[in-house]
Design a binder for this molecule. Sequence first.
Ligand code: BGC
Ligand code: MG
Length: 558
Amino acid sequence: MTRSGAANAPWWRDAVIYQIYVRSFADSDGDGVGDVPGVRSRLPYVRELGVDAIWLNPFYPSPQVDAGYDVTDYRGVDPILGSVDDVDELVRDAHALGLRVLIDLVPNHTSSEHAWFRAALAAPPDSPERARYIFRSGRGPGGDTPPNDWVSNFGGRAWTRVTEPDGTPGQWYLHLFAPEQPDLNWTNDEVWAEFESILRFWFDRGIDGFRIDVAHGLAKDPEMPDLAGDYAVSGPAIEGHPHWDRDEVHDVYRGWRRISDSYPGDRLFVAEVWVQDPERLALYLRPDELHTAFNFGLLLAPWGADAMRTAIDRSIAALARVGAPPTWVLSNHDVVRHVTRYGGGELGTRRARAAALLLLALPGGAYVYQGEELGLPEVTELPDAVRRDPAFLRTRGAEPGRDGCRVPMPWSGLRPPFGFGPSDESWLPQPQEWAGLTVERQASDAASMLTLYRDALLLRRKLPALGDGQLAGLEAGHDLLAFRRDPGFVCLVNLGDAPAQVPQGLLPEGAVAVLASAPIDRGGQVPGATAVWYVWGEGDRGDSNPRPSGPQPDALTN
Ligand code: BGC
Ligand code: MG
């Protein structure tokens, strides 16, 4: 459903997509690990939240070195998480509820346990088996030094040396992530053919689209030059980088787009691309390439009107040039949860409430990471012994890693695991304080984060201005961010700590506040760290008597 733009515009131009981290969503069998049947059992909750689609993190068979981003079989499901039949049933139920389903595709690397990699280890240098990966001889006497100085995203070097089948020290293979995640060679025809076949396998089963993992990493400079300090960071891409965001990756996506276009029903690709420049992001979204990409600008922006306005304006301008809708993200399974990024505690929660209204009022699509609708904070107190993230393990704890944003969902009850599953187990422990944040607790609380998300998502469906379309930035002054969307809608966010006057002339006569992230009063002031949605005239096609979140904006509307 699109609320603006052409009546037959594809669904994804303004979809809100709910990210489900399968192993932490709901456990059906009591082993303490969330699974596909667990997700299926909770689909009514997702539907009621009011989103359009779900994206599932990888569920494929995997040694789970990197929580499933190390895949051994791209056409299967890990027995810990369920079966292909379970996925089929999940897709069927989701569709019956009007929810689309995206799954995660990991094309940059396989697991080192993948049949292809095992075959590569068993085969000699220069064999077709090795050619599917990136094997090189080492430098220096005896080839003891890695082929170049590239570094792994998880710490340490990006090369591991193998022992040849005859027992001698052998070649090195590239892994931009863990050693158990060897990089595929995307100049190899077999690799291309295999992934095209994998896409068809899942499209044929009714999947609505794919999230493409590390989409900016597939192409490597064939010369394999040293970084030599020129690109000291292994993080977001810099132009000319030997392995991030190289122009050759675009050929892959042109091929994939031809496949998705051959299926009925607006199938979708969303690319995970970490680049600093929104202009580079836009290249992935040219009309014959991918449909959308995560736009991490807002996620990376610190709390503050200037930084956030700049991130928003730059993204919109760059993507408009290729005709692609922006998407907006505040959190995911790789970053510190935004309640915590924004300061934690009451302040962090208050800011996260305001950010939610900003997120859902911006043009285009939005991603909601499971648990952000509950206001879950990052769990910073996990004991080292339970941490699983290779980013933690490979840096011996120098990096805290990403386990703290992956703690299982609290559904109900007063003690861990809070209804996560039928047993007392959960693969990461939940804090006892989450008793106050369960779905059960929040569902009946008019002032809860969950109620705010539900109200905002409901209004987003009703108000004609929201979703796909344009925005007009409004001068609102220091600490205030304001924009208008047509017809008849303004979002005003006070990013300061102190209350601010609603600027003169910002709102036309008759504008009413339909939703606010914190109580507001009649005095024409917006409290600190608060966002408000106003509508008037044609824009007021929402519920004439909205159920505001918390004890609030009715003072203005009365
Ligand atoms: C995923 C991570 C994963 C990495 C390697 C990503 O960017 O989101 O969770 O560790 O790719 O596959
Ligand atoms: Mg389970």
